[in-house]
Design a protein around this ligand. Sequence first.
Ligand code: HEM
Ligand SMILES: *[C@@H]1O[C@H](CO)[C@@H](O)[C@H](O)[C@H]1NC(C)=O
Ligand SMILES: *[C@@H]1O[C@H](CO)[C@@H](O)[C@H](O)[C@H]1NC(C)=O
Length: 393
Amino acid sequence: MDSSLEGSKSNSEFLLFPLLNIFQVNEMVFARLTSLISVVLAASQITSAALTKRVTCSTGHVTANAACCKLFPIVDKIQQDLFDGGECGEEAHSALRLAFHDAIGFSIHGGKGGGADGSILIFNATEEAFRIRSYLTDANGGIDDITSRQFPVFQETGLTAGDFVHLAAAIGTANCPGAPRLQFMFGRPAPRAPAPDLTVPEPTDSVTAILERFADAGFSAREAVALLSSHTIAAADVVDPTIPGTPFDSTVGTFDSQVFLEVLLKGSLFPGNGSQPGEVLSPLHGEMRLQSDFLIARDPRTACFWQEKINNQALMVSEFKAAMAKLQVLGQRNLIDCSDVVPVPKTLTTPIKFPASFSRRDVDIACPQLPFPNLATVAGPAPTIPPVYVYSQ
Ligand code: HEM
Ligand SMILES: *[C@@H]1O[C@H](CO)[C@@H](O)[C@H](O)[C@H]1NC(C)=O
Ligand SMILES: *[C@@H]1O[C@H](CO)[C@@H](O)[C@H](O)[C@H]1NC(C)=O
């Protein structure tokens, strides 16, 4: 096994600790110390880049680290057995969501679980009994049971649950055109305990509660909005159980910025059986709007982070990729960068459009400080958005 990355990591730790001992950490030397540390870190990064040889695996794949070779066949298996040969469907969407629910069981202040550790898969009986998990797995109808869908595939791969959940999320996301190629870090140990209850934000929560929860896990308001780019490939199965698979935007199969536009359109209808907890008026038949997305899009603390992503694919994707890289290693250390096993997503270049019959006058402008982009409108009458096909056992 090529352990050059691990080697360079322990090198930088070795160098840092004597420094911390030599200098008394007080306010006077703190600035000098941090600049020294960044010099050391920069040097160790250069060293690790220089030491990292690209290796060709027996499968013919090229990767930065020989330890990643065994993942290529597992990626193929996950594509076949979980994602119908590489689709951006229900299972891909759910895999991304599962990564969030797993990782967010974490606090930078401690005491809230092991983060991106796969505990949601191993301690499924505990974590799924949580109140919030009713949004993740439909306890009543059994239609969105992603953990039971993933479990047998997970067992056949031999990966730890954390590596499996976060690799599956990276692959599933990559199946969606326009998505970033997410980072994949490899080597999580087996999870030790379930996350405690109430770590996952709910659609009925206030913006203050949601931002506090994200801050507790180490994410700024900007990063929280970036993570919500995920709702561009999302649908709800259990918010209104009468209409499973109801998407949050009109293009649920592509990772575009359409969701940031559509959540800002004035709402006028409920797509299913009237108003449900966590649901607010939607602009389109067949489309579901979460109360939490509605409020975050309009709150002065988050509205500009939301609006600036509309028709700005590059910004949306780069912020989402960076925030996901942070999310998917919460609570983890000493991982090996195996990002080059993640499939390369198709790119999207066409500008987004208002859904047919909508225009600028239908937008709730919540960030007047920034110009609102000029967008064309799809031709024809207002659409009805079709549901995502929902896997059922
Ligand atoms: C304010 C925080 C959030 C809230 C309140 C929230 C809430 C929800 C709800 C209620 C659903 C529908 C569940 C159902 O009825 O089946 C959903 C779906 C989804 N969420 Fe979120 N979410 C949040 C943040 C996130 C984040 C940070 C991610 C990923 C990084 C994420 C990814 C997804 C995905 C991919 C789906 C669709 C799953 C599918 O189509 O099967 N969400 N979310
Ligand atoms: C939960 O985990 C157990 C093993 O701990 C497994 O047998 C079962 O299939 C899992 N169920 C779901 C719904 O993931
Ligand atoms: C529709 O919602 C009402 C409450 O608003 C509820 O009593 C009824 O059972 C729901 N219908 C279905 C088919 O779920």
